[in-house]
Design a protein around this ligand. Structure first.
Ligand code: 5MM
Length: 336
């Protein structure tokens, strides 16, 4: 077992999942302003520190993805944020892409940037305590999309990123997110997501990335958010498993889904069905941002100094997601 494989397994084994707290300042500002909290560095840290010091971290969270601002902040106890996370038993991680920009010659599509100077930035993050990283490619579904161009260049960037990250001793999370925006059917989502993921692995293999030392972070297979033909959790799980079985090489140790705009309960229930029906060797867990934080953020905004209620909500959410990552979740447990 390689060191990278050990790190990957530490993050995702035994029902543990990933807390994606890597919202860039732009996104975090939107989230905070939506609940009438000022988006200052202090408030961003306050909310995140409340989550990172909650009891649920120890039992349910295997890794936390941070944003550059947060990994450089100090907690109220004087510990660095990566130290606070490591002390709970979770692995600190860092988002290293610098965001999705318009793709030249296909401006309705995106290409994720951040490769320039990445090798040097990775050294700094490693010294700060990070042991895994994240890079997100974004793809939309449309009649002509995702185009071959968008699929090729995002896969190329994900592969170059992964090779550099492994060279620096960290585990890359490879996140090709096919957005749920649109009125497409689940069949179309299945077809396009499979193409996107296959292209990613073609490039990862070309770039000699050690597949046993990565974590894949894909979307689930859903009908578009504007589609009238929504499918059940059972069908979502079967289509998602079909897609991954067909497009992910066996060496990959695990898959940690993004929630992508699903509600907290939808993201939990769908993950639960995926695990109940899991006919693959992959560990199937979560790497949720919104589906772990939404309710906690709402409650916190009512009194930002009161950490206890916020932590209770977060602990419950993380516990439910961890049950789902083992196929043991139920609506009764959810409402208990
Ligand atoms: C936490 O949100 C991340 C967004 O970052 P940007 O601010 O750079 O857009 C995002 O990449 C996230 O890690 C994944 O999409 C998973 O989050 P959700 O909310 O989809 O589970």
């Amino acid at each position: 077992m390689t060191e990278l494989n050990k790190i990957a397994l530490k993050i995702i084994s035994n029902g543990k999942g990933i807390l994606a707290a890597d919202e860039s300042n732009g996104t975090m500002t939107k989230r905070l302003e939506a609940v009438n909290v000022n988006s200052t560095p202090e408030n961003r840290l306050l909310f995140r520190e409340i989550l990172f010091s909650s009891k649920g971290m120890k039992d349910y969270i295997g890794g936390v993805i941070l944003y550059d601002e947060t990994i450089n902040q100090t907690s109220s106890s004087g510990k660095s944020i990566p130290e606070l996370i490591s002390n709970s038993g979770a692995v600190p991680g860092i988002k290293v892409d610098t965001g999705a920009k318009n793709l030249a010659n296909s401006p309705e599509e995106k290409i994720t940037e951040g490769l320039d100077g990445l090798r040097d930035r990775l050294k700094i993050y490693y010294d700060l305590g990070a042991r895994f990283t994240k890079w997100r490619g974004v793809y939309s579904i449309g009649e002509k999309y995702p185009s071959k161009l968008a699929m090729n260049c995002n896969a190329h960037a994900l592969a170059r990123y992964s090779a550099l990250v492994q060279e620096s001793g960290m585990v890359p999370i490879v996140e090709p997110e096919v957005l749920m925006d649109g009125n497409h059917s689940s069949e179309v989502c299945l077809k396009k997501t499979s193409e996107v993921i296959k292209k990613c692995f073609e490039e990862l293999i070309l770039h000699k990335v050690d597949l046993s030392g990565i974590i894949l972070k894909p979307n689930m297979i859903l009908a578009g958010n504007l589609s009238k033909n929504k499918i059940s959790s059972e069908e979502i799980s079967l289509k998602t498993l079909e897609c991954l079985k067909d497009s992910v090489p066996n060496e990959v140790p695990g898959i940690a889904f993004l929630s992508g705009g699903q509600s907290e309960i939808e993201a939990t229930e769908n993950l639960n069905f995926i695990n109940k029906n899991n006919n693959t060797n992959f560990i199937m867990t979560y790497s949720y941002g919104r589906a772990l934080q939404q309710s906690a953020l709402k409650v916190w905004s009512k009194d930002i100094k009161d950490s206890e209620v916020t932590q209770n909500i977060f602990n419950h959410r993380a516990e439910m997601c961890t049950l789902a990552a083992q196929g043991k979740w139920s609506i009764e447990l959810e409402n208990k």
